[in-house]
Design a protein around this ligand. Structure first.
Ligand code: NAD
Length: 451
């Protein structure tokens, strides 16, 4: 493999594959899936992506006892060993493939936040579960605020169900994106955020030791005797009277009819985002939420759901899919070659995405453009990210246009397109690599020509 070829690395340790838990080295499937999406949506050449799983053991006993398991049959290594290996990987990967961007994927909560802090400004990397999710959901939330006709955003209140990596990333991104869009301070938007975890309202005076990533979202303005009473989502909703509910707690059905009707009793257009995957874990089926609010709810889900008809109106839930964001962010990093990816780039990606739905998309209640336009979206997102890097003086590639239309054209041109072989290929069943591929696969053994 030639050194210069790799442009995107998706790295996991298989410790928390969404919805499935600790899969050990079998987590390679998520890296392969995400690199495939980089090819499909971001136009990265298939020969320039590298899926990686780090084998640091597994705490999944069933796997360790399975004779067919290919990974190390030991419990996960301790933190010192983990960070020694990670440090070495980051250094060697960035030296071996200096053009590459590294996407962290599905690392467990005890590592993903610390890893981001440790490497974010040292290497060209980002965490899709925290930052990618944050960016796509905040884009949808910004569009939802507009759709709800919100003028005074300080009067909004968001209750998050779940306070894990996705919720933390989304809350941070909402604070960044909404404060910028409405010209308010981050502190003002932060005050609109409430989080609920398995013990109730996340509050500084709850009496337990909060995980480090929850501390910054802990409320400090609720009386201790009230906090003791706010144990469930329903308790918190009744107390806070939110205008938006964001579900990232991987527990299906918790946004009940009572909760949603209650919110609709004081808010004309409740913003309801049941984002947990798969669909069985969605906090509410959007079809029900539309029915319970007479089609008034503004909905984005994590998994795809079909439209529903309420009083003759077709209600189509949007899908807050990270695919709208990470391929564009990765492509921008590959083109602009910054030393690292600052949070401002993810904010620029969210603002761009929020601006992309057409008038007819918005008319239909959509918060995102159709997913079928994902290549176009990726090019636009990439252009917005490159422009942000240029404005911050961080684009090391100086040979780039300095305006959005030309950057978008450049990103489109840069995208790899599959070339379909002619009929003789199918007739003779011979592999005929095209010129472009041939230059990539310069070592003859890397492709097979069947005679
Ligand atoms: P995580 O394990 O980091 O966090 C889950 C959180 O939910 C934890 O804070 C946990 O305490 C809380 N929780 C669990 N059960 C609860 C209960 N009964 N009551 C209250 N809180 C409870 O996982 P994550 O990476 O943050 O992902 C959470 C969910 O979000 C997953 O279902 C995932 O599929 C989904 N997700 C969706 C998108 C998207 O739609 N774009 C992106 C990322 C994650």
């Amino acid at each position: 493999m030639r050194k210069k070829n790799i442009e995107v690395i998706v790295l996991t340790d298989g410790s928390r594959i969404l919805g499935l838990g600790d899969l050990g080295v079998n987590g390679i499937g998520i890296s392969i899936g995400k690199t495939s999406l980089y090819v499909a949506a971001g136009g990265i050449k298939p020969s320039r992506v590298l899926p990686v799983v780090l084998d640091v053991g597994t705490n999944n006993l069933e796997l360790r006892n399975n004779p067919l398991y290919l990974g190390t049959r030991k419990p996960r290594c301790d933190d010192d060993t983990f960070y020694q290996l990670m440090d070495e990987f980051m250094k060697e990967a960035s030296t071996t493939w200096p053009q590459a961007v590294i996407q962290f994927e599905d690392f467990s909560n005890n590592h993903c936040f610390d890893m981001l802090e440790r490497y974010q400004t040292k290497y060209r990397c980002f965490n899709d579960d925290i930052q990618g999710t944050g960016s796509v959901v905040s884009a949808g939330y910004l569009s939802a605020l507009k759709a709800a006709g919100t003028t005074d955003v300080t009067k909004t209140r968001i209750v998050f169900f779940g306070a894990g990596s996705a919720a933390s990333g989304v809350a941070q991104s909402i604070v960044d994106v909404v404060s910028q869009a409405y010209g308010l301070s981050k502190e003002q938007i932060k005050k609109t955020v409430y989080m609920v975890d398995s013990k109730g309202l996340v509050a500084a005076n709850r009496g337990d030791e909060l995980a480090p990533h929850k501390v910054q979202w802990a409320r400090d303005d609720v009386a201790a005797e009230d906090v003791q009473k706010l144990k469930t989502l329903e308790d918190v909703v009744k107390h806070v009277k939110p205008t938006a509910l964001i579900g990232l707690g991987a527990t299906g059905g918790v946004f009940t009819k009572e909760i949603i009707r209650f919110i609709n009793s004081y808010s004309d257009h409740p913003i309801i985002f049941p984002l947990s995957n798969p669909s069985s874990k969605a906090e509410v089926n959007p079809q029900n939420a539309y029915k319970w609010t007479e089609g008034k709810a503004i909905i984005a889900s994590g998994s795809p759901f079909p439209p529903t008809n309420v009083n003759g109106k077709e209600c189509v839930p949007s899908q807050g899919n990270n695919l709208y964001i990470f391929p564009g962010v990765g492509l921008a990093s590959v083109i602009a070659q910054p030393d690292y990816i600052p949070q401002e780039v993810l904010v620029a990606a969210a603002e761009c995405l929020s601006s992309l739905p057409s008038a007819s998309d918005r008319e239909a209640g959509l918060l995102y453009p159709p997913i079928t336009q994902v290549r176009k979206v990726s090019a636009e997102v990439a252009a917005a990210c490159i422009l942000k890097l240029q404005q911050m003086g961080m684009a090391k590639n100086q040979d780039l246009p300095d305006n959005l239309p030309d950057l978008t054209k450049l990103a489109r041109r840069r995208m790899w397109q599959p070339e379909y072989p002619d009929e003789s290929f199918y007739l003779n069943l011979q592999l005929q690599p095209n010129e472009d591929l041939q230059s990539d696969y310069s070592h003859g053994e890397e492709y097979t020509r069947r005679q």
